[in-house]
Design a protein around this ligand. Structure first.
Ligand code: PLP
Length: 219
């Protein structure tokens, strides 16, 4: 199957209120352009340098979401490229993003990455700390918290991921119920190629899909 066919099929399958992020790490500009031609509106990138190369050519005809681990020395470039940072996992990195956004007059929508329980995975805030981190981050005027993101366990099994997605949804609803000023709990980004169906059943409205669109990545 071609990239175009993969995208058509996915867009046909997904309900219009679920946003598709094409996770494009290690894919070249021609592949990304094929996905865009077929209807992809959001590109997800994990690495700043790779994103920069693609952004230079592709620009703002699509939205760009950062889905990797952001280091503070890359914040300046990230703020220049991305329309959303899905992986804010500390008050410190939020503070660095906010500072840069204030300098350039930008408001950055962000998701807070939650470590929903997969032990081997170090990124993300623990579920019990999510509300605290969000209330701290909500005080930065140049950042807008818009929801949560989680990876879930990195095994291939759909059903194994379900409890982690359900837990993240629960945290999402709890935080929504706190009515924290200045935030809008609107997006729940969960699910990848092997797990997006279960993620949507558990409430995801952003899915990040790579290999089902582009084929397997070379490692
Ligand atoms: C690579 C990646 C994806 C997509 O993974 P696939 O299994 O190829 O769909 C989604 N989210 C993040 C954060 C990723 O790094």
């Amino acid at each position: 199957m071609s990239i175009e066919q993969n995208v058509y099929e996915l867009l046909h399958e997904l309900s219009p209120d679920v946003q598709l992020v094409a996770a494009a790490k290690s894919m070249g500009i021609p592949q990304v352009l094929q996905a865009i031609d077929a209807g992809v509106k959001i590109i997800g990138e994990n690495y700043i340098q790779e994103a920069e190369e693609k952004y230079k050519v592709i620009g703002n005809r699509v939205k760009w979401h950062f889905i990797g681990h952001l280091q503070s020395n890359k914040v300046k470039k990230a703020v220049a490229i991305f329309d959303m940072i899905e992986t804010v996992d500390s008050v410190e990195i939020a503070s660095a993003i906010a500072k840069r956004c204030a300098e350039v007059g930008k408001i950055m929508p962000v998701l807070i990455e939650v470590n929903s329980g997969a032990e081997e995975q170090k990124c993300g805030v623990l579920t019990e700390n999510a509300a605290y981190v969000i209330s701290a981050v909500s005080r930065f005027p140049s950042i807008k918290v818009m929801g949560l993101m989680t990876m879930g366990p990195l095994t291939g099994e759909q059903e194994e991921a379900r409890p982690y997605f359900a837990k993240t949804r629960e945290v999402f609803e709890n935080i929504k119920g706190l009515n924290i000023d200045g935030i809008e709990m609107k997006y729940l980004s969960m699910g990848m190629t092997n797990t997006y169906k279960v993620a949507i059943e558990e409430g995801a409205n952003i899915v990040r899909i790579g290999s089902k669109i582009f084929g397997p990545r070379k490692s």
